[in-house]
Design a binder for this molecule. Structure first.
Ligand code: 7PJ
Length: 278
């Protein structure tokens, strides 16, 4: 039995989608916990919508390097009330960034349009929960776990290894009856990768299209920008935009960003370039 069928196909991949990041963790990576209170989060949602966001990605678990685990109860109380209010007030697609089956089922029940899982549905019960719905799922690659993933990332070949992981996860989904059409793949910039691995993935981003599934790129304000440029969080906009556009030019369907207005502008320029090509 379906938990809740979605009414409309809300994630439209006919044009590149801007996914705006809404962190609701007390220790959020790049907003310093600024939006941890409910009203501030809602204001941020309104602002993102005004600025042309397509999908809002709500995360209640910090997955930045070194982050500690959060309980299921805490994560649900951070994320679900916000999801409910957004869905009742705004006509916007919402993605829930979680790796916990219980959070996923609550999210699906309350109208989430997408599950964004940095652990690619590997945690117990996740495949089963998602199989009972029909919403989109983003499967992200991560080597190791957030607390320790940056200690010694190692790959035989970063592109081949990530592709092999995707193949295995897509197969697990299909074995559970989750149709391929619902899946989006993400190589997971910064998740168990050195600076070199990250730039290899960006240079060869188009290789990830080999499985014929839409791709998501999440690079915004990450250390692959900050460490390269020696810039702190607030000074990473130019680098982030450049990287996002490179990913889009190589076939990314969704870019996950903090700076919605600027990213929407950059995409408009790209579209004009495509439109006026002789
Ligand atoms: C990503 C994510 C990403 C997907 C985070 C941060 C760290 N989900 N959640 N892809 N990153 N799908 O935003 O810096 O790259 S949390």
């Amino acid at each position: 039995m379906m938990i809740k069928p979605t009414q409309v196909p809300v994630i439209n991949l006919n044009q590149v989608q801007v996914m705006g990041i809404l962190n609701v963790t007390p220790d959020s990576f790049s907003d310093g916990g600024k939006f941890s209170s409910f009203d501030k989060a809602l204001k941020q949602v309104e602002l993102m919508i005004e600025n042309g966001v397509d999908i809002i990605d709500i995360g209640g678990e910090s997955t930045r390097p070194g982050a500690v685990d959060v309980s299921e109860k805490d994560e649900i109380s951070r994320v679900i009330p916000l999801l409910k209010v957004i869905k009742s007030r705004f006509d916007i697609a919402v993605s829930i960034d979680t790796s916990k089956a219980k959070v996923m089922s609550e999210a699906i029940l309350h109208g989430a349009d997408m599950i964004n899982d940095v652990r690619a549905l590997q945690n117990e019960g996740c495949l089963d929960v998602v199989a009972q719905s029909d919403i989109c799922i983003c499967l992200m690659h991560m080597q190791g776990m957030p607390r320790t993933m940056q200690e010694k990332p190692h790959y035989k070949d970063i592109i081949d290894d990530v592709l092999a992981f995707f193949e295995q996860r897509v197969e697990s989904c299909e074995n559970k009856g989750i149709k391929k059409e619902r899946l989006i793949l993400d190589p997971g910039f910064g998740f168990g990768k050195t600076l070199k691995h990250n730039y290899q993935m960006l240079s060869d981003f188009a290789q990830f299209k080999r499985l014929n599934l839409p791709l998501l790129a999440g690079i915004s304000r990450k250390s692959m920008i900050g460490n390269l440029l020696n810039r702190d969080i607030k000074q990473r906009l130019s680098g982030s935009l450049t990287a996002a556009i490179v990913a889009v030019q190589q076939g990314a369907s969704i870019i996950r960003v903090h700076d919605v207005a600027e990213s929407v502008d950059a995409l408009k320029v790209l579209r004009a370039v495509a439109q006026y090509k002789s």
